[in-house]
Ligand binder design. Sequence first.
Ligand code: FES
Length: 370
Amino acid sequence: MTTTDGSPPAIHPARPDDPPGSLLPGTEEYAEDPRHYGIEHGDPWPEDVPHGQNDMHWRYEADPRGARRAELRIAACWSVTLLCGIGLAWVYVAGGQAQVEGALLGAAFFGLGTGFVLWARDLLPGHDVIASRGGLTHVSSEDDRRLVVQSLGRGLEPMARRPFLAKMLGGVLTVFGIGLAFPLASLGPRVEGQFAVTPWGRGTRAVSEDGTPVKPGDIEANGVLTVFPDTGEYLGSPAMAQSAVLLINLAFAPFEVLPGREDWHIGAVGGGNCVVGFSKICTHAGCPVSLYDWSSHLLVCPCHQSTFKVIEDCKPVFGPAPRNLPQLPLAVDSAGYIVSRSDFNEPVGPGYWNRPIRTNPFTGKAVRYS
Ligand code: FES
């Protein structure tokens, strides 16, 4: 039906559950309703907006056999995804092979995506519709908005008309999802509270990389030395890696001693040979912090340039590190070697290792990540 006088055509409800004023898609009234094309009520039909447009047209609308073939093509694509999902789980259980798993994953997503593209191209409405641009001040009316919502809702109907594909998609996604979940088993054991403690303890000697115990005089003024707890453990172990401590001879620097830490350093502050110890593990992402500039008393992490002010409790003054480097309480034992008074009083390493420890109600163990 065309509008000769510029007024909108008669409107009738399309379905009982549609809002009043809806028109049935595919009907002549729907195709000629000016509201679908941004034409203001009462305005004449613009010359550049064709009559009789059908935005519900789809490729195999008039060819049921073509539509059936399209369905089968889509099903074939998703079968590839199904088989790859099963293969992924099988390869993982059989011991895993990264390249094969990657290839299966790629093929699975390719099949899934191709199926969706074919469904959209062959079985869903996808016809271009030309509408009026309206004036510069044109804003969507209530009718415009309601029609857009209706139109989006109708987009689901063509999908619901394909129960075979919908069911197959559900099955494929379920099997593929289970296949994808298998690698979760590779996440390893929970780290629980292991970051909260290090092998440092009361009287633990500090040894250099080659296992030699260290005396305060071994660190020259304004020099630094990396040490580890003397536990006999392999230096490359995770426990030793997180225990690395940087001993710093502050010489005459005005080190700020925090309350309660009066005996955590060796020698008198500002006395020419004051030695302090701080965790070497950056509180940003765990790199070893080792670039010390004695003239500014700054420690720099080489990874992302977090900079710590040593004489102010190693607080971060630049970069992404969120908190101070933890200080290790030091002492000298009866043989003159540097020892720790206790473990660190806070977790070393990245800020998120510093989260409060909670107790797992089922195992009773300390848990940091839960
Ligand atoms: S790990 Fe040190 S700044 Fe990022």
